[in-house]
Write a protein that binds this ligand. Sequence first.
Ligand SMILES: [Zn+2]
Length: 219
Amino acid sequence: MTRRIARLMAAAIAGLLLVAAAPQPGRAAEAGAQARSRTVALTFDDGPSKYTPQILDILRRNDVKATFCMLGGNVGAYQRTAKRVVKEGHRLCNHSRNHPDFTTLSNSRARSQIVYTQNKIREVTGRSPKVFRFPYGSSNSRVRQVVRNRDLRILGWTVDTRDWARPGAKVIADRAVRGTRPGGVILMHDGGGNRTQTVAALDRTIKRLKAKGYTFVLA
Ligand SMILES: [Zn+2]
């Protein structure tokens, strides 16, 4: 590229930036951009379970929507709860039938884990998840392709509260709040064991993140 073309391109880019920034008064534009970027998503894995309704109550009181990565094998026993997740505006996520490590599965077994859960969730809630999260976050390119072939987006996380290890509600909330950056995805669990601590941590986590200017989005 010649120097002249490079200069022209730089000028054009600067021009575009000026045009984009021009209509908004400085301070308000800055505050607006910051508010837009300070988003965080709450995600709950391994449910539905008997703890899920308590989590839904807290989310409703705080007017927050979240994403629920359900195990197909749990949905039949908690049909009302699964329906309530949808009814209250939360997002469904497929988290397999019974939580295997997908890197150990053949393509056909991986596919059947996914398809079973898609079918079960649709049968019970009337909706099909559009996202999938690997159990343990464990994947490779082969099984990621199996997921994509079912038209599912793969969901990860940026903040692992490790709430399943039951470190105490205060530690769970601290990890969630301190670990969150704009655009973050917080991993918590509404199933897979005793989730009393997660339930106890949730309200204070939401309130502290809101106080820091975060708004909650679907993952
Ligand atoms: Zn899980």
